[in-house]
Ligand binder design. Sequence first.
Ligand code: NAP
Length: 483
Amino acid sequence: MRPLLLGAEPLLSDKGIPVINPATGKAIDTVAAADEALVEQAAERAREAHAKLAAQPLRERAKVLLRAAELLQERSEEIARLLALEAGKPIRDARVEVLRAASVFRLAAEEARFVLEGKVHRVDAYDYPPGNEQRLVMEVREPLGVIAAVLPFNFPANSFAHKVAPNLAAGNAVLVKPASATPLTALEMGRLLYEAGLVPGSLSVLPGSGAVVGEALVRSRHVDGITFTGSTQVGLRLASEAAARGKRLMMELGGSDPIVVLEDADLERAVKVALRARFEYAGQNCNAGKRILVQASIFERFASAYAEGARALRLGDPLDEGCEMGPVISAEALQRLEEYLAEAVARGAKLLTGGTRALEQGFYYAPTVLAHVPPEAKAMREEVFGPLAPLSSFESEAEAVEVANATHYGLQAAIFTRDLGRALRLARQLRAGGVMINDSTRLRWDALPFGGVKLSGLGGREGVRSTIYGMTEPKIISLNLAP
Ligand code: NAP
């Protein structure tokens, strides 16, 4: 059994969670699970450690993050393999994720000074309150205190980095609840931060079920803010509990990103990008291109090239260098895909390729393409978290915008066209946190704010600077210089 991290202390508990390799369906390890009492102990330690962390000079906190980035980089192969094993992510993508996580640590170390540097306000510009010409008014930023970070299964390293590094840089202590499916990477990254010299107690990694550990974190009086990435359904429930207790929120939720392909697009490029956007990590990315809307005049050409591309994807063991697509995370995820498929076909969608489980073991589903999926089908309205691409056609730009905007989600979107004026006009009409022109919905710049509108996000956007802003408080300090 792998120990959890109660502050800097590795701890075994009497309850373990099995970690399943989705490529085989077999357990590869067990991790110690936290319970409510352990969450409270971790939160108390975090509260104490926060005072020490916040008092540490910023350069010291930055040094720890830079050292952690170095260690992560040195051990990137080992951690990428662990990530690939527990998440079923192809090793090439797992490596990219770990290196990105290291760069998020570095960014946090570098960016904190700009957000935390504060200002002096020229209050002599204001009539009220009187006497401002005699005052020196400063604005400083202070950390919130203790932040609970609830992670999704699909980015065990990068989501950890985004929720932990900027907060530690800001002086917040962090309590991490990794997803039950992928706790191993988070535990490794936690250990590595302590090895880099982190103030003891200022980080705990607490595996355990969402209903026990997640809920206990939200209820803890020591927790000042929640940063959550996961499904909209769970996120909204947590948000309402957290808001009722007056806690700061940063909720990164689900998505059903549309890819709009207009008739003047570079078809080959649109097909290639939309294939990767949908099937990367077996379709389990928040900003995967989950609905593909193609103008009617080019629909059949697009659909046949797209289905051919999907058929050519190499499925296999995520640890094989040549693997392009691995399994989905669980048997339940497979079952959900089968339900989406059956429902869409019953409503008249045409199956172009896939539609079956694949390989003999593990949770593999063949890359699946459905054409002419009607707007009422669940695959067009909900978030399909797996390798199933619903294609539908539209006649006019107005129709494309209407269909693209027809879900509860609004994370990102993509438009393919050679007419930039048209692209910008459409980009303004799509309700999304980000619109990519002739590019993938999958783009995210770690240094920039990332998140969605409608039910794709709530509270602040995640990004290194924006997280530090979101998880700190401005404070005004006024000094009266009048004799
Ligand atoms: P999920 O089922 O909502 O789980 C996310 C986290 O919440 C897990 O740690 C889970 O713990 C925990 N949880 C579950 N029930 C809870 C409860 N009642 N109280 C507190 N915590 C609870 O999501 P997922 O399947 O891991 O991740 C996929 C989802 O994340 C997709 O919807 C995807 O779009 C979204 N996502 C969004 C972004 C973004 O930036 N917007 C990025 C990545 C992923 P257990 O694992 O123990 O259940």
